[in-house]
Ligand binder design. Sequence first.
Ligand code: NAP
Length: 333
Amino acid sequence: MTMNRSVRLKSRPVGMVKRDDFEITEEPLPEPGEGEFRVKVEYVSLDPAMRGWISPGKSYVPPVEIGAVMRAFAAGIVDKSNHPDYKPGDAVAGMLGVQHYAVSKGARCFKVDPAKAPLERWIGGLGMPGQTAYFGLLEIGKPKPGETVVVSAASGAVGSLVGQIAKIHGARAVGIAGGPEKCRYVVEELGFDACVDYKGGNLNEELKAACPDGIDVYFENVGGEILDAVLARMDMFGRIPVCGLISAYNSTEPVPGPMNFRSILVNRLTVRGFIVFDFQDKMAEANEKLGTWHAEGKLKMREDVREGGVDAFPDVLNLLYTGGNFGKLVLKL
Ligand code: NAP
């Protein structure tokens, strides 16, 4: 008999997640009820936000309960359905959790077309991370032609698209990434104008050289020292969409505020946090644009697909917080 295998939260982690913070459970396959369908999950998305989802305290979504299946975006194939809009064989992506089989009513789930892009890309550049780059940059960053857009975590799922979308809109794109290999990829393969290796020891000098006219838009993915270096180079009336602060997600100590906070005042900066779901009413527009640019070859996307199934989940998740991933991190089941 085929069994379902799920990753469940066992305890709230302190610092980086550990294998012991989760347990793998086996249970009979869930049966779809009336108006539901079952998905055989093939790829699970590993997202930096997962660390926040398993922490206690106030956030933009309630924390995953102890004992519950770990929350995750995932993609797979419908294998049984009592839902009028989904039939066996349909490829879908949505909030399906870290498990081999998931039952859904269709909420926050959408059909995808594997003929247009591989299944795993629909939880990457053509899914939530792509939408995040699109809304954060265009709705908050609002780059104008000729302006300089800087993005941190530039080789990653969100950052890689931010720079490419900035280029489509006529801006200069400058990435910040960890290591020469990622920086080379960002410039030579993604087409950014420059990329600064923040691990190289000369962040401030290299950022200045890469942004001789200052920075108009900073798409913030990491926080910490990188944010301070960028704040020191911001231009008047610059915009900072605050998308993520990954450098602090595993902190066990209070995180110091930016040293260069004064730059917000003297440069009249607009700093605005956002969550991709804030733009729910424009999701169709984002998906249409991302799909078109992808089909036209204007958006390059890279997935970092890891093997090992549900057992590998905690170790693979940690790659995000050490820069061990190179592209959109996905776990294959
Ligand atoms: P990703 O960039 O594919 O992977 C994470 C990357 O962050 C790592 O590869 C690493 O790149 C970098 N990083 C990790 N620790 C760091 C540190 N201490 N200092 C500097 N860089 C560090 O991940 P993603 O899915 O695209 O997410 C990027 C950011 O967007 C995250 O902050 C995430 O929380 C945020 N996000 C926000 C929303 C939203 O709705 N607001 C939605 C999706 C994602 P390097 O090797 O280059 O250091």
